[in-house]
Design a protein around this ligand. Structure first.
Ligand SMILES: Cc1cc2nc3c(=O)[nH]c(=O)nc-3n(C[C@H](O)[C@H](O)[C@H](O)COP(=O)(O)OP(=O)(O)OC[C@H]3O[C@@H](n4cnc5c(N)ncnc54)[C@H](O)[C@@H]3O)c2cc1C
Length: 462
């Protein structure tokens, strides 16, 4: 393995930071993870990751990337109690997207595995794996305060402050990675240092979540994963995930400013017309564990660092700090895992021009997920933003894919693989799929009028 430098520092030790550290550890003598929270042992909610109390799905593409970074991790998750959905049998998943309930009863031609576990459980397992890497050290309970540059305008160190009030210290490094999430301060730093701010794309989705952890008694829902996405005329949805230790998480969601209830009885009423009747019946007898949690997410944000004409040496940006996705599509952790693989590949080619090479590669990881999420968001007329012909066409076609997927398990499988970031969206344009989509759409046309293109919504994932 090529050694790129002596010391790399990663700011933020959530999923993004942990995965970046994993990639860096093979190329630097030492990697230091600086984290504001005091990190727990085991799966515990923490302040820096408030989203951990809400539905967190790991897409199959993300699971595959995690398994490449940490061989054996999926088996470990399963052994410790994560719910494993047999990749050859998707019938324990109930998915209703844009008003279409997908036919998941066929046997997929290739297995596509899904693991369900709470966010703290998954993060704790990844953290333990990173803790076990000999050259990674954690500096938790410390705030990253400021990036510092030398005379050549290379980023050379970061000022950190002990949260307990101890003295601040400057930590020098050959490379510093901002993995501090969507609130990361790199845009302001770049501007003050004369590099300019990265162009920023925002989609004001105004998502609100309320979630309740549950345990079922005798009446356990048949489906391990129930997910209902929004439609333009009803901008609300919900999910019920079977997690580890026989716990389940009910999340109710509103978009475009619609607020879900914040008490369990209200949440069950909210999903009454959305979820299968037997799931709603089971929810009525469920025991709540702790109190409901709420979260407001005003806008998806993508920062186009790769478009800056100049970027300082010694600095990278990673994970949500590059792109924070509308959470209803469940993409953030999976894209961070794909970015970690891209970082590993960039490092394997040496340290020259690393920043620009990695930011371009990361943009490639973000593109597909961002386009799918934005297309779906912009299918809601309430969400402001330009809708170029490409978005309208893609939404028009996706509506027909989902229509066909109600009956045709082959189309369902193709769509499921794309949505899970396993296959590229171009897979849905394969002539064999296009033929089935056309047949499915005309079958439906005989029984009901299809939605007008401008109103069609695409693929909320969870
Ligand atoms: C409500 C919600 C639901 C979501 N659901 C899903 C889902 O279903 N599936 C999915 O894949 N993704 C989901 N995501 C996204 C996912 O949580 C993130 O993509 C993932 O955590 C990776 O983000 P990150 O590590 O880059 O940033 P974050 O998770 O935001 O972590 C940033 C870290 O930096 C630390 N930090 C911040 N400032 C400082 C500082 N100054 N000094 C030191 N440390 C600092 C924080 O304490 C934190 O640990 C969801 C997000 C939200 C908001």
């Amino acid at each position: 393995m090529t050694t790129i430098g002596k010391h790399a520092v990663v700011l933020g030790a959530s999923m993004g930071g942990l995965l970046a550290a994993r990639a860096l550890a093979d190329f630097f003598d030492t990697v230091t993870l600086v984290e504001r929270d005091v990190l727990p042992d085991g799966p515990v909610q923490r302040r820096g990751v408030p989203q951990g109390r809400h539905a967190h799905g790991l897409l199959s593409g993300g699971l595959q990337a995690l398994a490449e970074l940490f061989p054996g991790l999926p088996e470990e998750l399963a052994a410790d109690g994560a719910t494993v959905l047999d990749g050859a049998n998707l019938s324990l998943i109930s998915l209703t997207l844009s008003g279409h309930t997908l036919n998941l009863n066929g046997q997929p031609s290739r297995p596509i595995e899904s693991y369900l576990a709470s966010r703290p459980f998954l993060e704790a397992h990844v953290r333990d794996r990173v803790r076990a890497i000999g050259n990674v050290r954690f500096l938790d309970g410390h705030d990253a305060v400021e990036l510092l540059m030398d005379d050549t305008r290379r980023v050379t160190s970061v000022l950190v402050a002990d949260r307990d009030g101890g003295a601040g210290q400057a930590i020098s490094a050959d490379l510093i990675v901002d993995a501090m999430g969507r609130a990361g301060r790199t845009p302001a730093f770049l501007e003050s240092a004369g590099f300019g701010r990265p162009p920023e794309h925002r989609i004001a989705v105004q998502v609100a979540y309320s979630s309740q952890l549950l345990r079922f008694g005798d009446d356990v829902p048949r489906d391990r994963l129930t997910l209902v996405g929004t439609v333009p005329e009803r901008p609300c949805g919900g999910s019920l995930f079977a997690y580890e230790d026989d716990t389940w998480l009910l999340t109710t969601a509103g978009m475009t400013g619609r607020e879900p209830p914040t008490d369990l009885a209200g949440m069950i009423a909210f999903v009454e017309d959305l979820f299968p009747a037997e799931t709603v019946a089971a929810l009525r007898s469920a025991e709540p564990l702790g109190s409901p949690a709420t979260f407001r997410y005003p806008a998806s944000v993508r920062r186009r660092y790769e478009r800056l004409t100049r970027f300082p040496d010694g600095l990278l940006v990673f994970g949500d700090a590059i792109c924070s996705f509308n959470p209803v599509y469940g993409q953030g952790m999976s894209v961070a895992a794909l970015e970690a693989l891209a970082l590993r590949d960039c490092l394997a080619r040496g340290g020259d021009d690393l920043g620009r090479r990695f930011l371009r590669a990361a943009a490639g990881c973000v593109n597909t997920a961002w386009q799918m999420a934005c297309g779906a968001d912009l299918a809601m007329p309430q969400i402001p933003g330009p809708r170029p012909m490409s978005v309208r066409l893609s939404n028009w076609y996706t509506e027909r894919v989902l229509t066909a997927a109600e009956d045709d398990p082959v189309v369902t499988e193709a769509f499921f693989r794309v949505m899970n970031l396993v296959d590229p969206p171009s897979r849905l344009m394969h002539p064999s799929i296009v033929r089935r989509v056309a047949a499915g759409a005309s079958r439906r046309h005989r029984t009901r009028r299809p939605a007008a293109p401008a109103e069609a919504a695409v693929a909320p994932l969870g």
